[in-house]
Ligand binder design. Structure first.
Ligand SMILES: Nc1ncnc2c1ncn2[C@@H]1O[C@H](COP(=O)(O)OP(=O)(O)O)[C@@H](O)[C@H]1O
Ligand SMILES: [Mg+2]
Length: 402
């Protein structure tokens, strides 16, 4: 299953590091830090972590409790744990009144005990949510599709996965961040009347209303925010815009699929940093393998390695083996999509996702497997596709995966 996201809320920089160092369990990932500010509140709401570790040294003032209370009304389903160095019965009682699930010490508690306590609280909360049917708000995942090489099939796979996720009933935004040469609009036969540039230049600013206004609803069920109409307009988009667009979209979509160009520009790096997962799409040939190595190293330097999953697209027998990729990167391939030029070309001609153009083709099967695996990893539920013709091709869901 997924790692549990923790966010450390503290005004004290040293304390943030102390708390971070106490979390050494593989089950957890620190998804960010924030302060007791209005911006911090927005950040937490958008990140929607499973657990907020609210860390304070010394007396815990009233405004900390009020901040937490306000936060909890905005994001149900997130647990707040107070970390303090001066725990008393009064403090624990007061914390409970404000909806804080546990008060934990900073000093004298080892990493194991610290992580174990968080896990216990988390499990109890999960059970409570199940029992009370709470937690309606969905957690959003931003998934980037990238490679340092053009033509590997990033766009094709990103569109196909987005379409399959939508078919499975998920709310999906497809964001074309190949700002100079983005071709999602062309591939999906969308009139590029409005694009991301129109959004950032609009007087109303980057709001969810504007995003919805400038995005296009495609027949596949996905919303699409297109790349600029011409490449020179790309310069109007800054990394700050990218961060803000993704942040604002998060509460409204279950998946943000980000199609990226074949280079590490500023906006691409910001997009990668703001994605939970990075799908590297390569082909099983030598130039791809070599490029994958370079990309992997750069992503490692950018502290993004943990997010990488590999997809081999246009797979053909007799070329580089998928095992060579596996050995090189010490990881299983997340998905393998066979080469199928007929279906790929037909889908572009029809302006639909490959999965819609040839639903029974091998390429569709490969992409559907990827989408199903993504759902399974995030929810623990294995989607089972209905047989053709039944229930409009919708998905029903199988039992929980182990
Ligand atoms: N599995 C596949 N089999 C055959 N052709 C494919 C496959 N995936 C993509 N293509 C084709 O490869 C070309 C490049 O794909 P594209 O998705 O635009 O790559 P990228 O976004 O990485 O530049 C397109 O013509 C596309 O139709
Ligand atoms: Mg592309």
């Amino acid at each position: 299953m997924e790692r549990i996201n923790l966010l450390v809320l503290s005004d004290n920089l040293d304390l943030r590091i102390e708390v971070k160092n106490l979390v050494n369990d593989e089950s957890f990932a620190i998804s960010g830090y924030s302060e007791f500010t209005p911006e911090g509140r927005t950040k937490i709401i958008n990140k929607f972590p499973e657990v907020v570790l609210c860390a304070v040294r010394g007396e815990v003032h009233e405004n900390v409790f009020e901040y937490v209370q306000d936060l909890l009304t905005a994001i149900r389903g997130t647990i707040v744990i107070l970390v303090n160095d001066n725990i008393s019965v009064e403090l624990v009682n007061k914390a409970a009144q404000y909806g804080i699930r546990k008060v934990m010490p900073i000093d004298g508690i080892g990493c194991d005990a610290f992580s174990e306590s968080i896990m216990t609280v988390y499990r109890l909360e999960q059970q409570r949510i199940l029992d009370t049917n709470e937690g309606k708000k969905v957690r959003c995942k931003a998934l980037g599709f990238f490679a340092g090489k053009g033509g590997t099939g990033k766009t094709t796979v990103a569109i196909g996965v987005a379409a399959q996720l939508a078919k499975a009933g998920k709310r999906v935004m497809l964001l074309d961040l190949d700002l100079q040469f983005g071709d999602v609009a062309m591939a999906l036969d969308i009139d590029k009347k409005n694009s991301i540039v129109d959004l950032v230049q609009d007087r109303g600013g980057i709001t969810i209303e504007n995003i919805n206004g400038f995005a296009v609803e495609h027949s596949t069920g996905i919303s699409v925010l297109c790349a600029p109409k011409s490449s020179e307009l790309a310069e109007f988009i800054t990394p700050k815009h990218i961060e803000k667009i993704i942040d604002i979209m998060r509460p409204y979509y279950e998946y943000i699929i980000v199609d990226l160009p074949a280079s590490f520009g500023d906006t691409t790096v910001t997009a990668l940093e703001n994605c939970e997962e990075i799908y590297l799409v390569y082909n099983n040939e030598m130039l791809s393998l070599n490029n994958a190595k370079i990309c992997y190293c750069i992503l490692e330097q950018l502290h993004q390695r943990e997010k990488i999953r590999f997809i081999i697209n246009k797979y053909e027998k007799g070329l580089v083996k998928t095992d060579d990729f596996k050995d090189m990167f010490q990881t299983e391939m997340f998905g393998v999509v066979p080469a199928d030029y007929q279906t790929a070309i037909a889908s572009i001609n029809k302006g639909v996702a490959v999965t819609a153009s040839g639903p029974k083709s091998a390429i569709s099967k490969g992409i559907s497997d990827i989408a199903n695996k993504i759902i399974e990893k995030h929810t623990g539920i294995v989607p089972i596709e209905e047989k053709e013709g039944k229930k409009n091709g919708l998905f029903r869901f199988g039992k929980k995966a182990d």
